[in-house]
Write a protein of this length. Structure first.
Length: 608
């Protein structure tokens, strides 16, 4: 029997009587039927009527005023737990069009209290738009198209919530607050939290299913670059956390380490995301690269109107607090994008004068920033970072001028170059030539933010094959960090894994390419395709009580026992062509790294 919907509009508040709605069917609410605050606009797109906020951010943690709120009232069919979904469209300004608030509970929220609101942000480039896709996990729907998301599962920012409906109170108020303009709302929905729904289910009001719709493919490990003289890492975030340590061996926090994310409100620090990234690195013995101390974007808005003296005090407080909390940072990105986004105006930090302004060098503020960083982070390598360096010789030369100023004061240890898709469009020969220019400084070069996109699998694969070897094989480049690898990247179509963890062709190629790249003692490529000229045999495998025999060691100088995260368990010198080995470790899968002048070989051993 088809269920019936009864809509009653009272004083611009949407009331939905769903007492006869099936328990598994979504409760759909049209955005325009809410009590629409006066700062929202009701517009049409073909046969779709939608609501969009007409004004931009007022407060970072709350809507700021009632005119920026949508109020819904809904009668639930039964008590229980419900997820909050919405059909939204992110504008083409991407991360400047992708945030809003929703209430931390049912009822009327305080529009000026951060505690009453959950901030949704960083949802550009994620979500689900294909009819048969389950709105589950992250998804990869691009900007500019309508897509469904489950905001009780992901917010991209603050901790989401599942809503509880009590049996004696089925009619409840729910509120959404506007934040950034450019984000459009078509519908919202409440769905049984124990069920899974496709886009089609949500579009058509159909019941979900009980079983999880996908089975996640689990990578075996170890990290791809284990045993190499260069690391291959990834940005870390909520969306990029799953099985991170089985694929990558260096960590950069994505948004979690940015001042504007940590200290949204003055003197109120949120360390959750940065803690997660830092301790993932330290617990797995991976290098940790802090992104970023100072940048003209994603800085606290409150600092922009302080006096110069107050700004200086806040900058030093930021440095000091970070250094005290994280005492083992391997690399600190001191200044990000000095050529493209200096902190010199309202909307971009506006604190350049607190660091000495441009001064006689034109870059005095950068020199002062690095001077402070050397004082607060004396044991860390200090890095500068910017984009469009290797695809533009003029920009590369300007960048080198800044680097040489810092070198003259012994203030810089490493060069960062962003590898975003818009920075790697030049010919491979041009990118290599600019890498050569950077190498002449004598400093190591790190690719910090690589995302190679492709609207199709074949396009992404061909771009990886064209671009990645330019960096990986260059002797000045000591490591590459992808800007994420799962759906949820800030740029569409750059993920290497699908939502279920299966590999896109570019990932399959990358695994094979990195595995079959061999380096000499100076980190110079010696072989790209050939296996080392030796064969290793393990018997028995699984090992008996940790004991096994390894043979074929004629060309092997030493053996290293690693866990699947690449952490060293023990190291042995090779004394015979055949050796009996005992591993004292917990049951599981381990790696035997066989080290030779002709390259390294890895063999898996199972301990029962």
């Amino acid at each position: 029997m088809k269920k019936l919907y009864f809509l009653v509009i009272v004083a611009h508040v949407l009331v939905i009587n769903l007492t006869v709605l099936g328990q598994g069917e979504p409760i759909i609410l049209e955005a325009e039927d809410a009590d629409v605050g006066s700062e929202f606009n009701i517009l049409t797109d073909g046969d779709i009527t939608y609501v969009t906020i007409g004004t931009d951010v007022v407060n970072t943690g709350n809507p700021g005023r009632s005119e920026r709120v949508l109020t819904f009232e809904v009668t639930f069919p039964d008590s229980g737990y419900y997820d909050f979904y919405a059909r939204v469209r992110v504008g083409y300004a991407a991360d400047n069009d992708d945030s809003f608030f929703y209430g931390t509970d049912f009822g009327t929220m305080d529009v000026e209290s951060d505690d009453d609101w959950i901030r949704v942000n960083n949802i550009s480039g994620i979500g689900f738009s294909e009819p048969d896709e389950y709105v589950y996990g992250v998804g990869g729907a691009p900007n500019g198209e309508w897509k469904w998301m489950n905001f009780s599962e992901n917010t991209g920012d603050e901790t989401p919530i599942v809503f509880h409906v009590e049996p004696d109170n089925l009619t409840l108020t729910f509120q959404i607050g506007g934040r950034e303009n450019g984000l459009d709302f078509d519908k919202i929905a409440f769905c049984n939290a124990d069920l899974y729904y496709t886009v089609s289910n949500l579009d058509n009001g159909e019941a979900g299913i009980e079983d999880p719709p996908i089975e996640i493919v689990v990578p075996e490990g170890p990290p791809l670059a284990t045993g190499k003289c260069k690391y291959l890492g990834s940005a870390y975030s909520e969306y990029q956390a799953l099985y991170f340590e089985r694929l990558w061996n260096q960590v950069i926090p994505e948004n979690g380490g940015k001042w504007g994310s940590v200290e949204v409100d003055r003197d109120v620090m949120n360390w959750d995301a940065l803690d997660s990234a830092y301790y993932l690195a330290k617990n797995n013995n991976f290098p940790f690269n802090l992104h970023v101390l100072l940048w003209g974007n994603q800085q606290p808005t409150w600092i922009e109107t302080l006096t110069t003296q107050e700004q200086r005090e806040e900058i030093e407080e930021w440095f000091d607090t970070l250094a005290a909390r994280y005492d083992d940072i391997d690399v600190v990105q001191v200044v990000n994008e000095p050529l493209h986004a200096p902190p010199n105006s309202i909307g971009h930090g506006n604190y350049i004068d607190a660091l000495g302004g441009t001064g006689s060098t034109g870059w005095d503020w950068i020199i002062e920033a690095f001077t402070l960083a050397r004082n607060y982070f004396p044991e860390s390598e200090l890095m500068i970072n910017d984009y469009s360096i290797v695809n533009n010789q003029s920009t590369a030369q300007n960048y080198i001028q800044i680097i040489e100023l810092l070198q003259a004061e012994d203030l810089i240890d490493a060069i960062g170059i962003q590898g975003h898709a818009f920075s790697t469009g030049a010919a491979a020969s041009e990118m290599k030539a600019n890498l050569d220019l950077l190498a002449e400084t004598g400093l190591p070069v790190y690719v910090t933010e690589m995302d190679i996109a492709g609207a199709t699998d074949d396009t992404q694969l061909s771009e990886y094959q064209r671009i990645f070897p330019v960096f990986w094989e260059h002797p000045a480049v000591k490591g590459i960090t992808l800007w994420g690898y799962r759906p949820g990247l800030w740029i569409s179509n750059a993920q290497l894994l699908n939502a279920d963890g299966s590999e896109r062709p570019a990932m399959t190629w990358l695994i094979d390419y990195v595995s079959n790249t061999y380096f000499d003692g100076d980190c110079i490529v010696t072989s790209l395709t050939d296996e080392p000229a030796f064969t290793i045999t393990l018997f028995p495998n699984p090992a008996i009580n940790g004991n096994f025999t390894i043979s074929g060691l004629e060309n092997i100088s030493s053996l290293r026992i690693l866990n699947l995260n690449g952490r060293l368990i023990s190291e042995l010198e090779v004394s015979n062509h055949t050796m009996e080995i005992q591993i004292e470790a917990a049951p599981g899968v381990y790696l035997i790294q066989c080290i030779s002048g002709k390259g390294n070989l890895y063999k898996k051993i199972i301990l029962n």
